[in-house]
Design a protein around this ligand. Structure first.
Ligand code: HEM
Length: 222
C-alpha cells in the first residue's frame, strides 16, 4: 500500500484541475491570435476579474501544480524503463510520460517566474502582458524553449489522460484503449495548435507597439 493514496491523488490532480487549467490557458492565449491585442487584454481581464481570484488560483492551480510536479519528479526518479527488453508502445508511453514531465516541470517553473511572478513584483501589469510576451518570444532562444516546453506539456497532458483512463479502469479492453488513444492524440494536436497560434501571434507587429510602450515607460521610470 506504500504510496498508493499519494499516487491516486497525484493521478487525479493531473486530470482535475490541471488538465482543465491547461485547456483554459490555451483558449485564453488563443485570444491573442483571434482578437489581437484587444482580444488578449479582454481575456486576461475577464479572468482576473473573477471573484476570489487569489483563492481560485491557489486551490485550482498553485497547490495542485506543486504537488503534481514535485511528486511527479519523485515518480520519474524511481522509474524502471523496460524498452531494452520489451520495445512495445506501452513502454514507450511510460518513458515519454516521464521525460515530458521533467521537461514540462523545468519549463513551467521558468514560465511562471517570467510571467506571473513578474506581475507580483510589479515589473509588468496585466494590460502590458501582450507586449511582454512579444519581447520574450521574438528572442530565438526563448522562442525555441517555448516550443519545446509547450509540446512537452501538451504531450504529457494528452498521454496522461490516456494513462489515467487505463489506470482507473475506465478503458479496459484493447479496443477501448485504441479508441481513447485516437481521441487523446486529437486532444494533443488541438491544444498544441491553440498554443502555437498564440505563440506566432505574439511575435506579430501588433504586439510590438505595446512592447515599445512598455520599454518607453520603463526608460522613463527607470
Ligand atoms: C504559447 C504558450 C503559452 C503562452 C503564450 C503563455 C502565456 C502566459 C501568460 C501571459 C501568463 C500570465 C497570465 C496572468 O497572470 O494573467 C501565464 C501564466 C501561467 N502559465 Fe502560461 N503560457 C503558455 C503555455 C503554458 C503551458 C504549456 C503551461 C503548462 C501548464 C502554462 C502554465 C502557466 C501557469 C501555471 C501560469 C500561472 C497562472 C496563474 O497563476 O494565473 N503556460 N502564461
Amino acid at each position: 500500500m506504500k504510496g498508493y493514496y499519494a499516487r491516486k491523488v497525484h493521478s487525479l490532480l493531473g486530470l482535475v484541475p490541471l488538465s482543465l487549467f491547461l485547456i483554459e490557458h490555451a483558449i485564453t492565449n488563443y485570444a491573442a491570435f483571434d482578437g489581437g491585442q484587444a482580444g488578449f487584454q479582454k481575456a486576461v481581464r475577464s479572468l482576473n476579474d473573477l471573484p476570489l481570484v487569489f483563492f481560485l488560483e491557489l486551490f485550482f492551480i498553485w497547490l495542485p501544480l506543486l504537488f503534481h510536479g514535485v511528486y511527479g519528479l519523485y515518480i520519474a526518479y524511481q522509474a524502471q524503463p523496460n524498452i531494452g527488453h520489451f520495445n512495445t508502445e506501452r513502454n514507450w508511453r511510460y518513458v515519454l510520460q516521464r521525460v515530458s514531465g521533467v521537461v514540462a516541470f523545468v519549463f513551467i517553473v521558468w514560465h511562471v517566474y517570467s510571467t506571473r511572478f513578474q506581475i507580483s513584483l510589479g515589473n509588468v501589469t496585466h494590460d502590458e502582458l501582450g507586449g511582454w510576451m512579444h519581447d520574450m518570444v521574438t528572442q530565438p532562444g526563448y522562442f525555441v524553449f517555448f516550443l519545446v516546453g509547450v509540446i512537452a506539456t501538451t504531450f504529457h497532458f494528452a498521454n496522461g489522460v490516456w494513462a489515467f483512463l487505463v489506470s482507473w479502469g475506465i478503458t479496459v479492453g484493447p479496443r477501448a484503449q485504441r479508441i481513447s488513444s485516437y481521441i487523446c492524440m486529437g486532444l494533443f494536436v488541438a491544444v498544441t495548435a491553440l498554443f502555437m497560434l498564440s505563440l506566432f501571434a505574439f511575435r506579430g507587429e501588433e504586439f510590438a507597439n505595446t512592447a515599445s510602450v512598455v520599454t518607453t515607460l520603463k526608460t522613463l521610470i527607470g
